[in-house]
Design a protein around this ligand. Structure first.
Ligand code: PHE
Length: 343
């Protein structure tokens, strides 16, 4: 019996198969009703005495090895037959998924393209700025609340520096850099990310995007500003749109105004988007304060200019009706994939 076990064991170890059919035949040869192993177990039942334990162990070991060998071969042959299925050339292919532009990026390019038609060049500048370019040169008095820690992310302590490093709160800093570098005529639009220390909610975020504009030359008038903004609004929101300027205050412009556009959703009749007023606020504007020109070494007796600034998210909200600002920053693909058709 010892020999029978040993012979069967080497047979199991040597066995290979080219098909599942051969494996099955081998299984029957061992485990079938009259199979070698079945008979061996029958024979084992007769054994008694000292050898029983030792033989029992050997037979069980043989049974285990035979089972593993059979399932190993079966698995290998099943996996081996799989490629025939995946190579079915008649199956339809799966399309590559193409990425989409972020809605803020496309609205930003749309705004810039409109101003380019009017001869504005695009200027950019650093997000990490200093107090002079964000506030000082723009006629902010030293104790102006916008310089306060409430709104501005300071990187350097104000107590330690005359001109502390900070994150820009508007892209007007780019306009200051342009005026310091270049004499008029200057006609630029300044896109960029800005930072303000605000609690994050559906309506406010600690960072957002702006496009600001500046035109400095001889005899620039408020009428020029109005026409420029009206042109922009018509291109952006459609020919029927109207604009409205409400008197306001900014340290760097005089006179200053808030710019509203007639609500493109209800056509000015009043709806829940414009809160029944028929108007939507899109940004600020005004005539450049002579103090700003002087700070940048531009002769304010000879030159004048206008400036404006608008929030890209605000315009995107009007365009796409997605009213929660946070959606634009979370990069959730379920939101972003909805903009596939936008250039
Ligand atoms: N810089 C202003 C802001 O961030 C916007 C503005 C720009 C207003 C130019 C008037 C003129 O709020």
């Amino acid at each position: 019996m010892q020999k029978k076990i040993a012979d069967l064991l080497s047979e199991v170890e040597a066995f290979t198969a080219g098909s599942l059919h051969e494996v099955e035949a081998f299984r029957v040869k061992l485990f079938g009703k009259k199979g070698d192993l079945t008979l061996l177990f029958d024979e084992f039942k007769q054994v008694s005495g000292e050898v029983k334990r030792e033989l029992g162990q050997k037979i069980n070991e043989l049974k285990g090895k035979a089972q593993t060998r059979i399932s190993e071969l079966k698995e290998a042959l099943e996996v081996g037959s799989a490629p025939a299925l995946t190579l079915d050339a008649s199956r339809p292919g799966s399309a590559d998924s193409i990425g989409t532009r972020h809605p803020i990026a496309s609205v930003r390019s749309e705004i810039l393209a409109i101003f380019r038609q009017l001869g504005f060049a695009v200027a950019e500048g650093p997000e990490v700025e200093d107090d002079w370019h964000v506030f000082g040169a723009l006629n902010f008095p030293p104790e102006h609340p916008a310089r306060d820690m409430q709104d501005t992310f300071f990187i350097e302590k104000r107590e330690n520096s005359e001109n502390p490093v900070l994150l820009r709160t508007h892209t007007s800093s780019i306009q200051v850099r342009a005026m310091e570098k270049q004499q008029p005529p200057i006609r630029i639009v300044c896109p960029g990310r800005v930072f303000r220390n605000e609690a994050i909610s559906a309506r406010a975020h600690c960072m957002f995007h702006q496009v600001e504009g500046l035109y400095v030359d001889q005899s620039v008038s408020f009428a020029d500003l109005k026409q420029t903004l009206l042109y922009f609004a018509k291109e952006m929101f459609g020919g029927g749109v109207e604009i409205r300027l409400r008197p306001s205050f900014f340290p760097f412009t005089e006179p200053s105004a808030e710019m509203d556009v007639s609500c493109s959703i209800c056509g000015g009749k009043g709806c829940n988007i414009c809160k029944g007023t028929g108007w939507l606020e899109v940004g600020g504007c005004g005539m450049v304060d002579p103090n700003v020109l002087d700070s940048c070494k531009i002769d304010s007796q000879k030159y004048g200019g206008f400036a404006f600034g608008m929030g890209v998210e605000r315009i995107a909200m009007l365009k796409y009706q997605a009213r929660d600002l946070r959606l634009y920053f979370e990069n959730d693909v379920r939101f972003l994939r909805q903009f596939t058709a936008v250039v």
